[in-house]
Design a binder for this molecule. Structure first.
Ligand SMILES: C[S@@+](CC[C@H](N)C(=O)[O-])C[C@H]1O[C@@H](n2cnc3c(N)ncnc32)[C@H](O)[C@@H]1O
Length: 228
């Protein structure tokens, strides 16, 4: 077990379903010891891919259960649903809070639908760059922040968001899509090294850079700790 709700069986990742009988994106459901789990498809989720590929303890990528976290670029809720299983559990018995921000109304429709049966999930139609519009939802800083916006300027967006919302010592996860960065002709390796350097220069320890190749080509998940 990676957490009370997340388990690895062979090469398959599963989370205990907080909404019994319901699959979110067509994933398999099955029981382990009488309890229903959903299969977490790492090729549909950068967080899932990061967990499969990390060379460290896999549980280091997960937030503390029952805590409040911020997720920027929530999409249609694939990763969000598994994160919610872990953070909140059924009926939000754990008292978690998952603030899920996305710019696209179509994503918000799906997230809002998901939130009806998943208390603790808070969908927000908003721009990750414009904190003043939705920052009131987070009166206190969080210990875990995930960003997957796949747009240019994603590193600056991440640094700004962490400075405003992530506690010192907190974990910030940045999913970086190489193709979304302004291309200066350099190779991908150079680009990833420059991003790591920039994170270092802005008060983050980069604990691991996880290549997601095979699940999501041309993506790296930076696992950082905010130190300043
Ligand atoms: C790759 S998808 C996210 C997939 C999702 N993280 C998952 O694993 O299920 C990127 C998302 O970022 C959103 N996005 C792009 N720019 C954004 C911004 N400035 N603020 C908020 N969301 C943004 C897009 O609408 C899109 O849904």
């Amino acid at each position: 077990m990676l957490s009370w709700a997340v388990r690895l069986e062979g090469r398959a990742l599963w989370t205990e379903n907080a909404d019994i009988g319901v699959a979110v994106y067509g994933e398999n459901l099955r029981k382990f010891g009488g309890t229903e789990y959903r299969r977490w498809d790492p090729s549909r989720s950068k967080l899932g891919a990061g967990i499969m590929r990390t060379k460290r303890d896999k549980s280091l990528l997960l937030p503390e259960e029952g805590s409040t976290v911020l997720y920027l670029g929530a999409g249609h809720g694939t990763s969000i649903s598994h994160l919610h299983d872990h953070l909140c559990g059924a009926n939000n018995d754990l008292g978690g809070r998952l603030i899920a921000v996305d710019l696209a109304p179509r994503c918000l429709r799906d997230l809002t639908h998901l939130a009806k049966t998943r208390p603790g999930l808070v969908p927000v139609l908003g721009d990750a760059r414009k904190h003043s519009a939705w920052g009131v939802l987070l009166p206190r800083k969080v210990d875990w922040l995930f960003q997957d916006v796949a747009q240019s300027g994603q590193v600056e967006i991440f640094i700004d968001a962490c400075q405003r919302f992530l506690n010192k010592g907190g974990t910030g996860l940045l999913s970086l899509k190489a193709a979304s960065e302004r291309w200066t002709g350099e190779g991908e390796e150079t680009l990833f090294a420059k991003v790591a350097q920039k994170l270092n220069n802005n008060g983050f320890d980069v604990e691991e850079s996880i290549k997601l190749t095979g699940y999501e080509d041309n993506h790296v998940l930076f696992v950082t700790r905010r130190v300043e």
